[in-house]
Design a protein around this ligand. Structure first.
Ligand code: HEM
Length: 456
């Protein structure tokens, strides 16, 4: 294979300088690299060559057309496997396919009406608690990151495992935040400190892994002991037979691993996405008013349900536009080719590192006019038909596309609808500029404080 690599920064220090730039500000560094070198850039990093592709055609090649020639980077997956085990998120090849088939039934469309009821009921409870505070105090400023994390964590645990985690959700959320940071640091370090290492970082990591492990084992054991079929994902996994595969069942550890992944992947990115939806709506009151007008026209005074979601086109467009500007699952598009591949004319040798950046591609003016402006209308007909294929991929694409995509979209639309029926939203007076924080997901650093005012 030719050694004619695409251009990129020349870094005399074995890639350490570029690596430091990526660690300090990965989004800014990628944005600058694209401005300087174009649709593909390559450079050595930690003893390997990294290729970063920004063009939508390359997104299609890597995630869809040639997906079979790529795996997730083993070193990165080892970081996540520390708490996920060998779940559907981590596995490759045949084991991955088998696990994906076992988990898939939980996401059949016929289940969504019931999921929708749980999502709306949980959001109504939150709205009611806010209303009670407003009645007592006159106004309410809420740190939205914590509120959305609690809400989405409760929803995923109720829908998938029929479990109420209200009492432990604070600890679980803290543990997830710690591991999100741990993942970010360990992914970028050439080595991982052992878990006995005497430092605060490792102590926190151990605490967080224990909290999550205990929470998930508790769920598995309680259900095993009860022995009843609640018709949820947990019952499905405990009873699952892989009919298209070897007909085998999952043991408790495998069930624990899938549960852990669905609990984490099923709330963390959704909460991050909702943070940005609310932040955008607070800054663009005309879009929030358009959502409320849509609710008045389509729903009237009753509560929303999953079957209403196809009618709520503007709210859906608001969610999609937020996912374009702030794609929460930011660090997942790192792959390794298992054979030499040709990506849109670039020769990529087996074993190199290949990265995509949804953040940069989704803010490219060639595919999205006024790319930094919040314009939900671009996701409505007729404009949506002109979008460049594969320029928008917050959930990924191809065989490893997010399994929870429809679940997350339904959940976000229902949450936005339920809260906007009751309240208007604005930035709290003491909220300064919001900075981006890239850990395992893209969140507002230090959260966002929002003021909620009941509608007349
Ligand atoms: C806004 C919310 C969400 C976003 C932006 C998101 C995004 C993503 C992305 C980008 C991937 C990786 C695609 C790749 O590597 O090519 C992924 C994978 C995954 N997501 Fe999501 N996700 C969200 C919500 C959810 C929910 C609600 C669940 C479960 C209920 C979920 C479960 C998973 C799982 C299990 C995988 C691994 C799939 C596999 O490797 O086969 N996600 N998600």
């Amino acid at each position: 294979m030719s050694k004619n690599f695409p251009p990129g920064p020349r870094d005399g220090c074995f890639g350490l300088r570029t690596m430091a730039g990526l660690k300090a500000d990965v989004l800014g560094t990628y944005t600058q690299l694209k401005e300087r070198y174009g649709d593909v850039v390559s450079f050595p990093i930690a003893g390997q060559r990294l290729f970063v592709f920004f063009h939508p055609d390359a997104v299609r090649e890597i995630l869809v057309a040639q997906a079979k020639s790529f795996i997730r980077v083993p070193r990165v997956m080892r970081v996540f496997a520390q708490w996920n085990g060998s779940s559907v998120l981590i596995a490759e090849g045949e084991p991955w396919l088998r696990q994906r088939r076992l988990v898939q039934p939980a996401f059949q469309p016929r289940r969504f009406e019931r999921y929708g009821q749980t999502m709306v009921a949980a959001t109504e409870r939150l709205a009611q608690s806010w209303q009670t505070e407003i009645d007592a105090r006159g106004s309410l400023d809420v740190e939205i990151n914590q509120a959305m994390t609690d809400l989405t964590l409760n929803i995923i645990c109720r829908t998938m495992f029929a479990t109420d985690v209200t009492d432990t959700s604070g600890d679980i959320a803290r543990a997830v935040a710690i591991l999100s940071e741990v993942a970010f640091h360990e992914m970028q370090s050439p080595f991982t400190l052992p878990n006995w290492w005497p430092s605060r970082f490792i102590r926190n990591k151990r605490w967080a892994m224990n909290v999550l492990d205990e929470a998930v084992w508790q769920i598995v054991r309680t259900r095993r002991a009860a022995g009843d079929d609640q018709g949820d994902l947990l019952s499905m996994l405990l009873a699952a037979v892989d009919e298209e595969g070897d007909g085998g069942r999952l043991d408790d550890r495998q069930v624990r691993n899938e549960l852990m992944t669905l609990m984490l992947a099923g709330h963390d990115t959704t909460a991050a996405a909702l943070d940005w939806v609310w932040y955008n709506l607070a800054q663009y009151p005309a879009s929030a008013a358009a959502c409320q007008a849509e609710l008045a026209a389509r729903i009237g005074n009753r509560a929303v349900a999953a079957s209403d979601v196809p009618q709520l086109k503007f709210i859906e467009a608001v969610v999609k536009e937020s996912l374009r500007l702030y794609p929460p699952a930011i660090g997942v598009f790192l792959r390794q080719p298992t054979a030499d591949v040709d990506i849109c004319g670039t020769q990529v040798p087996r074993g190199s590192l290949v990265a995509l950046s949804s953040y940069v591609t989704q803010r490219d003016a060639r595919w999205f006019a006024e790319p930094n402006r919040f314009l939900p209308e671009r996701f409505l007909a007729p404009a949506v038909h002109d979008l460049k294929p594969n320029a928008y991929f917050p959930f990924g694409a191809g065989p490893r596309v997010c399994i929870g995509q429809s679940f997350a979209m339904t959940e976000m639309v229902l949450i936005v609808a339920t809260l906007l029926r009751r309240f208007t939203v604005a930035l709290a007076p003491d909220q300064g500029t919001v900075e981006l924080q890239v850990h395992a997901s893209l969140r507002p650093r230090n959260g966002v404080r929002l003021r909620w005012t009941p509608r007349a």
